[in-house]
Design a binder for this molecule. Structure first.
Ligand code: AOF
Ligand code: ZN
Length: 349
């Protein structure tokens, strides 16, 4: 009996996750959240959080219900603990309490300092039945960027590079040329899912990349350039007006149109950069090169995931050596066909 009930809860939380994913890359700095309302075993409402500043998932689900009289006799499923604070929108937990739902089923708890159990408590104090931790791992995975950001007080870091079979980057670090033609779309898809994208001075100077998602018409991530001495000319593509750019440098702190200069000293550089990105509420960063920059993140062990596009048919014999992960992982996953390798930092311990 109990088992059957859990299966039902899992089914609806799974649906919440599916709904939440529709907004992948679009909710920063907010999490991905989905909600489903069930009355007498029938879904009567669904919703997801679409964009920061707009309605939370629960409110969209409530608004989608035609017969609002059914709400107090319904269960609401939500992939993340309902919020307890006044942010850009009022607290969802108060709305659920006001409606007096029969039951609230939660996937993962919200690790945001202002929520973190308070939403659940509001509901329990109002004597509403609350169940939490349903498909918890899946719900954590869904918001790995959001949770890492709040727990580690730094963005979720993804390292990404393309290399030849013998371990070299292309001289001009052109990942899309090393990879097969589909790689470009794949890379642009990855970019559109992250909040920001970062490159070092050499990559910006030698490749002149625009770091946009033009191949898939996705959302452009915020661009971050590390350029201590401001060597990259302002007519380079990384400064075009297709996205906002932050330039970490030693010289000035100012904002000009879409370019924000931020001063970060060399000493403890990566640590201070992480603090600054946390203050700027940047929740995830994909590090796209070059080799030196990537290696710095590896050596400092400031990374969460690593994606390597490997062309097994290409031998370069010389050029820039690809970065090296410090240890051999216990697990390697292939993301696509045979040429994209995925590593998770937690498999290195
Ligand atoms: C929910 N449901 O759909 C989302 C939640 O500035 P606000 O008002 O949008 O609040 C943002 C915070 O609310 C965010 O950091 C996270 O803790 C929570 N997001 N909560 O109940 C949702 N998106
Ligand atoms: Zn909310």
């Amino acid at each position: 009996m109990v088992k059957k009930l859990n299966m039902t809860d899992e089914f609806y939380i799974q649906r919440c996750i599916e709904l939440a994913k529709k907004a992948l890359g679009k909710t920063y700095p907010n999490p991905l959240v989905g909600a489903v309302i069930v009355h007498n075993g029938k879904i009567i409402g669904e919703g997801f959080h679409q964009k920061a500043g707009e309605n939370h998932a629960e409110i969209n689900a409530i608004n989608s219900v035609k017969n609002k009289e059914l709400l107090p006799d319904s269960t609401i499923y939500v992939s993340l603990e309902p919020c307890a604070h006044f942010g850009k929108t009022p607290p969802c937990a108060l709305k659920l309490r006001e409606i007096d739902f029969k039951k609230v089923v939660i996937g993962a708890m919200d690790s945001h300092d202002k929520v973190n159990g308070k939403g659940k408590k509001i509901l329990e104090d109002a004597k509403i039945e609350v169940v939490s931790g349903i498909l918890e791992q899946e719900c954590e995975e869904l918001n790995k960027r959001f949770f890492t950001f709040h727990r580690k007080k730094r963005p979720f870091i993804i390292l990404k590079w393309a290399q030849s079979n013998d371990g070299f980057l292309d001289k001009n670090f052109q990942p899309t040329q090393i990879g097969n033609p589909l790689s470009k779309q794949f890379v642009h898809q990855l970019r559109s899912e992250e909040h920001a994208i970062l490159v070092g001075t050499n990559t910006a100077l030698t490749d002149n990349p625009s770091l946009t998602t033009r191949e898939i018409k996705g959302r452009n991530p915020i661009r971050i350039l590390i350029d201590f001495d401001l060597k990259v000319p302002t007519d380079f593509k990384i400064f075009n007006n297709e996205a906002e750019t932050f330039v970490s440098n030693l010289i000035k702190e100012e904002t000009k149109k879409n370019i924000n200069y931020i001063k970060i000293e060399r000493e403890n550089f990566l640590e201070n950069l992480m603090k600054k990105l946390f203050d700027l509420q940047i929740q995830s960063v994909i590090i796209e090169g070059g080799s030196f920059t990537l290696q710095q993140f590896i050596d400092a062990n400031i990374w969460d995931e690593c994606i390597i596009i490997k062309n097994e048919n290409l031998k370069l014999s010389n050029g820039t050596l690809a970065p090296k992960l410090s240890k051999t992982p216990s697990k390697t996953e292939k993301l696509r066909d045979n040429d994209v390798f995925y590593f998770n930092n937690s498999d290195f311990k």
